[in-house]
Design a protein around this ligand. Structure first.
Ligand SMILES: NC(=O)c1ccc[n+]([C@@H]2O[C@H](COP(=O)([O-])OP(=O)(O)OC[C@H]3O[C@@H](n4cnc5c(N)ncnc54)[C@H](OP(=O)(O)O)[C@@H]3O)[C@@H](O)[C@H]2O)c1
Length: 310
């Protein structure tokens, strides 16, 4: 299958591209500024997709079988600071991609977020009414509507929870950010009353490949880890897994109102072969980022835990 992946250098995009080429697909990996490493089956291209004309030319030139949209302004804080750019990338780009996918009859998978909900009534089913309470969540909801409006039978809107594991840049996932903050000597203040279903990026990547290969699945779906944990609890588990003392690096600081963004993925679970995993397995997908290795060895007297995938 010929696939165009936007946001290919991001946490989810990179894991998807690696899963796709492993299955024998060819991917045009798009990014804005970051280089995608040379990989068999991958052609890389840098383009600012805030410019609508660029994506149009790329899609019509390549006529792919599928489009996977992982490009986003994915940090809620950055969205708040740059609402105009966030609208272009988080809303207008997916809308244009859906129109193009419909035009060329390509399958389109668009990534969305648990943050289309406000956290007051979890666990959330894919049929529950979204109600975002952040600008980031609002852009994600607007994009969902646009994608389904323009490419409903060909599209999957995949809502995911907080992503763990390893990305290309090694600075984006929950565990990578945690390590970088600990190395920088920061004491992290994390809520013990905000619930998420942390999942590994590699599983999300594999699931997107499965969805591309199973065109009978369309519409909005949820995919997440099997355990619902607060950020504080998840960070403490990660510390213990890597023989670090949670009390030394973490402070529990609860939100004024509890926010539970647990997703109910039962609608999709019975139809897919890529199983969701408990947090204990998500931990196995984590490594100490390269930039933190020296610090880690000094701090614990241990070497990086090596994992080999069979
Ligand atoms: N990470 C999470 O915990 C999480 C949770 C729920 C949902 N999601 C959703 O999952 C999707 C992927 O998120 P992620 O965490 O993988 O994102 P990410 O790591 O922040 O990556 C964002 C990607 O978008 C690209 N990009 C940004 N602005 C661009 C522009 N103007 N032109 C072209 N490309 C641009 C970046 O390219 P450069 O690398 O070149 O800058 C990068 O490849 C998003 O839709 C996000 O909302 C993520």
């Amino acid at each position: 299958m010929q696939i165009i992946c936007t946001g290919a250098t991001g946490l989810v995009g990179y894991n998807f591209v690696m899963a796709a080429v492993k299955r024998g697909h060819n991917v045009l990996a798009l990014s804005e500024t970051f280089d995608f490493p040379q990989t068999k089956g991958v052609e890389s291209l840098k383009a600012d997709l805030a410019d609508k004309g660029k994506i149009e030319r790329v899609v019509l030139d390549r006529f792919p079988d599928a489009i996977v949209n992982c490009a986003a302004i994915s940090s809620p804080a950055v969205v708040d600071k740059n609402a105009e750019l966030a609208h272009k990338i988080n809303v207008e780009l997916p809308e244009r991609l859906a129109q193009l996918a419909n035009h060329i009859s390509a399958r389109i998978i668009h990534l969305s977020s648990d943050m289309v909900f406000d956290g007051a009534k979890a666990p959330y089913k894919n049929t529950d009414m979204p109600f975002p309470d952040t600008l980031y969540g609002t852009t994600k909801l607007m994009a969902e509507k646009a994608v389904l409006k323009h490419a409903a039978p060909l599209s999957v809107v995949l809502r995911i929870s907080h992503v763990c594991g390893m990305g290309l840049k090694q600075n984006r996932s929950f565990n990578e950010k945690l390590f970088i903050a600990m190395k920088d000597g920061k004491k992290l203040r994390l809520a013990g009353n905000d619930v998420k279903c942390f999942e590994p990026a590699s599983r999300v990547g594999e699931l997107i490949v499965e969805l591309l290969e199973r065109p009978n699945i369309s519409g909005i779906h949820h995919y997440c880890g099997l355990d619902a944990l607060s950020r504080y609890a998840a960070a403490a588990e990660i510390c213990r897994h890597f023989s670090l003392e949670p009390e030394k690096f973490l402070v529990r600081e609860d939100l004024p109102e509890a926010k539970n963004l647990a997703l109910d993925m039962s609608g999709l679970a019975s139809r897919i072969k890529t199983p969701a995993v408990p947090f204990s397995e998500t931990l196995l997908e984590m490594r100490v980022p390269d930039s933190c290795l020296e610090w880690y060895e000094r701090e614990t007297g241990l070497k990086q835990i090596k994992r080999y995938k069979l």
